[in-house]
Design a protein around this ligand. Structure first.
Ligand code: SAM
Length: 268
């Protein structure tokens, strides 16, 4: 793809700027998003518009959130030929997705995320999950693998459990470093996340659940009885139908949910 002439600044490492330049990959991302009339699309980190402009060509209306002030004007200028672009110049972690969605509405998020902020952005999105219909994100492949991992796997951990308790996580395809300019040092992957409907989320108290998952995996080689000693005793773990001598990596997401819910009931 030829770079639009509006963009003259070199990529900024501090902002995780690796711009997509592989047309085939860009097409696959647009296909994965598959915008439908009426969708409210929001892109995180549009950069030089690699995904933005093809999405705009298909959908005509798009909101983008970009932190790099040097990109705001060129993006706005280059977008004119493609459709209506609303540019929010802000740190995405300070953006209220629920406010963008408005009332009962829902947004669809897309983004080739800055890899240094992947986890904070994912957790920020989780806080607004009710306002998000789905997410299609490019991330480090290693992060996508951890997000989708299941019990028994070495990479199953806090990220897997926290995300899977609130979303359906589906890895879509891998992307090699050569698809970006400059190329990152790691492989990448595209993942889809669909927040579960409210009545399918078993977690009753988000803070209790987050604490249990954090402590359980904080010392993953310890038994649950020891790793969770700050929040409950062995009897409470057993009462929730979980073996106190098990390790966090052996528990299903549903086990964590049951355990956290029972602790909430007994007044953690
Ligand atoms: N979407 C473009 C592409 O695929 O070529 C750029 C992707 S680049 C990996 C990440 C983008 O996120 C950059 O444009 C960067 O400036 C932006 N970014 C970095 N930190 C951000 C933040 N805190 N809030 C919003 N955007 C941010």
């Amino acid at each position: 793809m030829t770079r639009p002439s509006h963009f003259s600044e070199p990529p900024k490492k501090s902002l995780g700027q690796h711009f997509l330049c592989d047309r085939g990959i860009i097409d696959r991302i647009v296909l994965a998003v598959n915008p439908k009339p009426g969708d409210r699309l929001v892109e995180i980190g549009p950069g030089q518009g690699a995904i933005t402009f093809p999405l705009l060509d298909r959908h005509h209306e798009l909101t983008v959130i970009e932190f790099d002030r040097d990109l705001i004007f060129p993006l706005t200028e280059a977008a004119r030929a493609h459709g209506t672009l609303e540019v929010i110049h802000r740190d995405v972690l300070k953006v209220d997705f629920s406010a963008i969605a408005g009332g009962e509405g829902q947004i669809r998020l897309v983004g080739n995320l800055p890899y240094n902020l992947s986890s904070p952005i994912l957790f920020h999105a989780l806080e607004h999950a009710a306002a998000i219909r789905d997410m299609v994100f490019m991330l480090q492949k290693e992060v996508v693998d951890r997000m989708a991992a299941g019990p028994g796997s070495k990479i199953y951990g806090r990220l897997s459990v926290m995300l899977q308790a609130y979303c359906r996580v589906t890895p879509l395809f891998d992307v090699p470093p050569g698809a970006f300019r400059p190329p990152p040092k790691v492989d990448s992957a595209v993942v889809r996340m669909v927040p579960l409907p409210a009545d399918a989320i078993g977690v009753r108290d988000r803070a209790t659940f987050a604490r249990v998952v954090r402590d359980a995996f904080g010392q993953r080689r310890k038994t649950l009885r020891n790793a969770l000693s700050q929040v409950c005793d062995g009897a409470a773990i057993e009462a929730a139908g979980v073996r106190p001598d098990a390790r966090a990596e052996q528990l299903e997401v549903a086990d964590f949910v049951r355990l956290a819910n029972s602790l909430e009931i007994t007044g953690l």
